[in-house]
Design a protein around this ligand. Sequence first.
Ligand SMILES: [Zn+2]
Length: 64
Amino acid sequence: MVFPHKCYYCTANGFNSTDESDRRVVTRHPNLPGYPGPADITFYGLEKQGMPRERKMKNDIEWN
Ligand SMILES: [Zn+2]
C-alpha cells in the first residue's frame, strides 16, 4: 500500500503506515481529501508526493 510520508496540509511528517497518515488527515483535516487526486492537488495547491493517485489517468501506462 502506498501512503504519503508527510501531511499534504501541514508540516506533519514521518508517517510509517497508511493508518498513521489516514488518522492525521481524519483528525486534523476532516474536510479535506486524504488521498488527493490531480484535481484536488490543483484545487488546493498541494505539493505532490509521488503517489500514483496524483497522476492523471492517461499516464497509468507509465507506472512502474
Ligand atoms: Zn496535517
